[in-house]
Design a protein around this ligand. Structure first.
Ligand code: ACO
Length: 327
């Protein structure tokens, strides 16, 4: 039986770099505050004429080239995003058209926050087991477009990016050797963008108050929950696979905040050099963060053939997801 796993990986970040000092022009903040609380030094901001699908196309093409497949070889597309191209239809439909992929099933996995991409990889794995074929999975976020640039509690945290993978069968794939996902819906109001849904439909009043860009975020509680769930889901996926943290060569976590990543690494008992961190360069890029970090880690030679890589992510919902990859 051939293995199921990643055939290729890709990523894209917009050219424009925005520094912490630039944020101080919009809100009462400083480079020192942002670095000390988050580790973020800069992030990428999409150009005015770029939209979500533009970022997704670049990452998808890079993953398809890496997998040596053409649009005609793709049998399904899943896009993980909370910043879609339009409200309806989903971003995956636009991506299919732009890539020239056939009339195959294409859908978004929306609302899973930063856990979305790993969850989408898990769905893709199940689809490949059920149907064979190749599934293109994209994590893309243009968070800076939809958030309030005058709310210092949230605006400085995020950046724009896209990452992608092609999932399929083969002897030489990066094998998916374990997956895990979970949700605690009782905490759904702690991190939420409420306006635009049926609870708070768009209206002139909502727009006048700026609520359509108002990310509700109880930062300290999100912090605590992120550390605990990213640690627990990592240990659980390892246990279910009959492995331990000592078997892991590299942890590639969702890049939320340097302090969260350090706390997760400490709780897992892994040395700092085994946790891949690029949050200082890109900020929190939501569902793009794990594929971007994984792609970059591989490009920088941080992953060798035979390595066991642990992915773990946490986001609004709260949702969490973890995956073990054998390179
Ligand atoms: N610049 C300066 N001051 C700020 C800024 C800023 N950008 N943002 C908030 N503050 C102020 C607040 O107004 C508050 O001031 P007050 O005490 O006068 O009211 C104070 O800083 C808050 O300080 P702390 O509570 O000590 O801040 P903390 O150390 O908790 O850091 C942070 C805040 C960075 C938001 C942290 O709680 C965090 O990272 N939480 C996780 C949030 C997160 O990761 N969200 C992303 C989505 S979910 C995910 O990816 C896992």
């Amino acid at each position: 039986m051939t293995k199921v796993g990643l055939l290729g990986l890709g990523a894209y970040v917009p050219e424009r770099v925005m520094t912490n000092d630039e944020w101080a022009e919009y809100v009462d903040t400083s480079h020192e505050w942002i670095v000390s609380r988050t580790g973020i030094e800069r992030r990428r901001i999409a150009a005015e004429d770029q939209t979500t699908v533009d970022l997704a196309v670049e990452a998808a093409r890079s993953a398809m080239a890496d997998a040596d497949v053409s649009p005609a070889d793709i049998d399904e597309i899943i896009v993980a995003t909370d910043t879609p191209e339009v409200f309806l239809p989903d971003t995956a439909a636009f991506l299919q058209d732009r890539l020239g992929v056939g009339q195959v099933p294409c859908y978004d996995l929306a609302g899973s926050g930063c856990a979305g991409f790993v969850l989408a990889l898990d769905v893709a794995r199940s689809r490949v087991i059920a149907n064979d074929g190749r599934v293109l999975v994209v994590g893309v976020e243009l968070l800076t477009r939809l958030l309030n640039w005058h709310d210092r509690n949230t605006c400085v945290l995020f950046g724009d990016a896209a990452g992608a993978a092609v999932v399929g069968r083969g002897e030489d794939v990066v094998e998916i050797v374990g997956t895990l996902a979970g949700t605690d819906g009782s905490k759904s109001d702690i991190l939420a963008l409420e306006a635009g849904g049926t609870r708070l439909p768009f209206s002139e009043e909502i727009a006048a108050k700026g609520l359509h860009k108002d990310l509700v975020m109880h930062g300290r509680e999100v912090f605590r929950e992120a550390v605990s769930h990213m640690t627990e889901c990592s240990l659980q996926v390892l246990e279910e696979a009959g492995l331990t943290i000592d078997d892991v060569d590299l942890v590639v976590p969702h890049q939320a905040n340097l302090r969260i990543l350090n706390a997760v690494g400490n709780r897992l008992g892994v040395p700092a050099e085994k946790v891949y961190i690029n949050v200082q360069e890109y900020g929190n890029t939501g569902s793009a963060s794990v594929p971007l970090a994984l792609w970059e880690a591989r490009e920088k030679g941080r992953i060798s053939i035979g390595d066991l890589v642990l992915l773990c992510a946490f986001g609004a919902g709260f949702h969490w997801s973890a995956m073990l990859l054998r390179f």
